[in-house]
Design a protein around this ligand. Structure first.
Ligand code: NAP
Length: 245
C-alpha cells in the first residue's frame, strides 16, 4: 500500500477524477478528506468507510477562504495532519473572448485559481511546521496549448502551472513537493457538457485513440503523491494520450 498512514485531502472529490482519486487513495491506505461543494461527496466518504477505510467529507467552496479554513480544522480533527493536498476542484464556463460575460471570467478565476491559492496557503502553512508534504495541482492540456472557446479556463490552467513552479521553489526547501498534472480530455461529468462532435475530434487527435478515464489521472496523482515520486518537484505531468492541440 503506497499511501499507508497518510492523510490526503482531495478537492472536488465528489465527482469525476476527484471521486476516483479518493477511492484509489483509500485502497492504497490513505485516510481521505473530501472537500467539495457537491454534497454527494458524503456518499464517497461512506463508500470508503464501508470498505474499511477512513474518510471525512467537508462541504466547502474552495473560493471562500473562511470555508477552507473551517474544513481544514475539521479535517485535521477527524483524520489528523494533512500529508497530501490534491487541488482538483475545477469548473468551466466556456465562451469565445468576444462573447464571454465578465461573471463567467470571474467565476472560473475564483474557483480554478483563487481556490488553489486558498487551499494551498492554508495547508502549506501546516505542512511547513512539519517540514513535509505533497501538493498536486490540476492543470490541463488546454493550459499548455490554449483552446478555442476557453479564454477563462485556459488562463486558470496556465496559471496553475505558474503557481506549481513557484511553489516548488518556495516550498521545496521546506520539504514540500509541488507538482501538477495536465490531463487531456477525460470522460467525466465535466466533459459531458462538451458537444459530441468536439469530443470525437479530440479522440481523433489523440494518438492513443481514446478519451482518458478518471483512473488514468488518479494513477498519475498516486505516483506523484507516493514515495515513488520522491524526487519529482515542479513538474507538469501531461496525461493526455499524446494529444497536441
Ligand atoms: P467534475 O466531474 O465536474 O468534478 C469537479 C468537482 O469539483 C465537482 O464535484 C464540483 O462540484 C466540484 N467543485 C466545483 N466548484 C467547486 C468549488 N468552488 N469548491 C469545491 N468544489 C467545487 O470535473 P472533472 O472532470 O473530474 O475535473 C477535475 C479537475 O480536472 C478539474 O480541475 C478540471 O478542470 C481538471 N481537468 C479535467 C479534464 C477533463 O477532461 N475532465 C481535463 C483537464 C483538466 P459541482 O458538481 O457541484 O460543481
Amino acid at each position: 500500500m503506497r499511501l499507508e498512514g497518510k492523510v490526503a485531502v482531495i478537492t472536488g472529490g465528489a465527482s469525476g477524477i476527484g471521486r476516483e482519486t479518493a477511492l484509489v487513495f483509500a485502497r492504497e491506505g490513505a485516510s481521505v478528506g473530501i472537500w467539495d461543494f457537491d454534497e454527494s461527496g458524503i456518499e464517497v466518504a461512506q463508500h470508503i468507510e464501508k470498505n474499511g477505510g477512513k474518510s471525512f467529507f467537508a462541504r466547502v467552496d474552495v473560493s471562500k477562504i473562511q470555508e477552507v479554513e473551517k474544513a481544514l480544522e475539521e479535517t485535521e480533527k477527524e483524520l489528523g495532519n494533512i500529508d497530501i493536498l490534491i487541488n482538483n476542484a475545477g469548473i468551466t464556463r466556456d465562451g469565445f473572448l468576444t462573447k464571454m460575460a465578465s461573471e463567467d471570467w470571474q467565476k472560473v478565476i475564483e474557483v480554478n485559481l483563487t481556490g488553489v491559492f486558498n487551499c494551498s496557503q492554508a495547508v502549506a502553512r501546516k505542512m511547513m511546521e512539519r517540514q513535509e508534504g505533497v501538493i498536486i495541482n490540476s492543470s490541463s492540456v488546454v493550459g499548455v496549448y490554449g483552446n478555442v472557446g476557453q479564454t477563462n479556463y485556459s488562463a486558470t490552467k496556465s496559471g496553475v502551472i505558474g503557481l506549481t513552479k513557484t511553489w516548488s521553489k518556495e516550498l521545496g526547501k521546506k520539504g514540500i513537493r509541488v507538482n501538477a498534472v495536465a490531463p487531456g480530455f477525460i470522460a467525466t461529468p465535466m466533459t459531458e457538457k462538451v458537444p459530441g462532435k468536439i469530443l470525437d475530434m479530440m479522440r481523433e487527435k489523440t494518438p492513443l485513440g481514446r478519451l482518458g478515464q478518471p483512473e488514468d489521472i488518479a494513477n498519475a496523482y498516486l505516483f506523484l503523491a507516493s514515495d515513488e515520486g520522491a524526487f519529482v518537484n515542479g513538474a507538469v505531468l501531461q496525461v493526455d494520450g499524446g494529444l497536441v492541440l
